[in-house]
Design a protein around this ligand. Sequence first.
Ligand SMILES: O=C(O)CCC(=O)C(=O)O
Ligand SMILES: [Fe+2]
Length: 269
Amino acid sequence: MSATETIVRTATNVIATELTTETLLALAGREIGAIHVKGYYPVAIAAEVAQKAIDHPALGHYHKQYTSSVGRVYMPHIDTKWDPELTAKYHDAALPAIADVRSMFHPYLAPVDKVRLDLQELWPAGANLLRLRGRACFVGAFRVFQPSTSEFYPHNDAIDQETDAPEIEGVLNQLVANIYLQVPERGGDLHLWLREPTAAETEIILDVEGLDPKSVEEPVHVIHPEAGDLIIFSPRMLHAVTPGQGTHRVGAAAFIASKGPAEPLVFWS
Ligand SMILES: O=C(O)CCC(=O)C(=O)O
Ligand SMILES: [Fe+2]
């Protein structure tokens, strides 16, 4: 086993139920495993916009082997693939895409906008939209899981694997906020392992975007989100989404980077 394989950072298995300065600091510092706020967003608005996301003309797919059946509305940063043209395309589309997502919730506040404002107010140094090489990022992607066929295999997400822009220097932790708009009654569970992947697992994840679930131990947490819930966790640690039955599973997601309490959090998708 290499040295890196023995240093696998973990979090405690506590799940906080309120979004406060204290729970955010504890989550960013890996003192707790997640923040799960039930009823964060009104379900009636969520249901209406979930259908708009399913029918959206910009609904596309991830490009890796195991995630290709999961739809997403607007290009996420992971699809820039270190390619200057794709990176330019991503940034060109960022602000119009944010505006379109916001308009889908009109006249209500979009859930990712609500998270952005809450974290701006709660985090000691505030929170901003991420800019990379000075260019604004998109935030607020919808993830659309088809009934039965879509799932995320165990994986992690880390912005430093997607860009070497100077703005990400000093990032200590990455979080992800998911607000669930529609969830099937059965399945569509979020699995959390509360540990980072080993070096060998990371190699597989970078290659095919997920591990064979049979190759990993049982998760520490199996969470069945309800529509309207907010869950924030560190996607640098292994996590997965199981297939759902009957209806689409639709969430709005924002990645969040932390450089510690003295620096603003930053958002992107
Ligand atoms: O949809 C979810 O519950 C989590 C999806 C995921 O992999 C992420 O937010 O990084
Ligand atoms: Fe993820």
